[in-house]
Ligand binder design. Structure first.
Ligand SMILES: [Zn+2]
Ligand SMILES: [Zn+2]
Ligand SMILES: [Zn+2]
Length: 89
């Protein structure tokens, strides 16, 4: 694990992967998303900032769950919202 001096990223030892390839909030709304992210605190899979609802960002702000991982196949990176830090794994 590389890191950018972010304690939240350093705390992730086992990266949580998406249980389902869909944004759980968009599914409830019947809405669409662009990319998926998985919360590394609670495992929720939510949509990215390019998606109309930006559920992953909203979740991070409201729940104070700092770190997400890309849930896109072939992408292996983490992002911390409060520190705006990226790490590949
Ligand atoms: Zn952080
Ligand atoms: Zn969504
Ligand atoms: Zn969460």
């Amino acid at each position: 694990m590389t890191n950018a001096g972010c304690p939240h990223l350093e705390a992730v030892s086992n990266v949580k992967l998406p249980a389902r390839r869909e944004c759980e909030e968009c599914v409830k709304l019947g809405d669409r998303w662009v990319h998926l992210r998985t919360c590394q605190t609670c495992g929720a899979t939510l949509c990215c900032d390019s998606s109309p609802n930006r559920h992953a960002s909203k979740h991070a702000r409201q729940s104070h769950h700092p770190v997400i991982a890309s849930a896109e196949p072939g992408e292996r990176w983490l992002y911390c919202y409060p520190d705006e830090a990226f790490a590949e794994y």
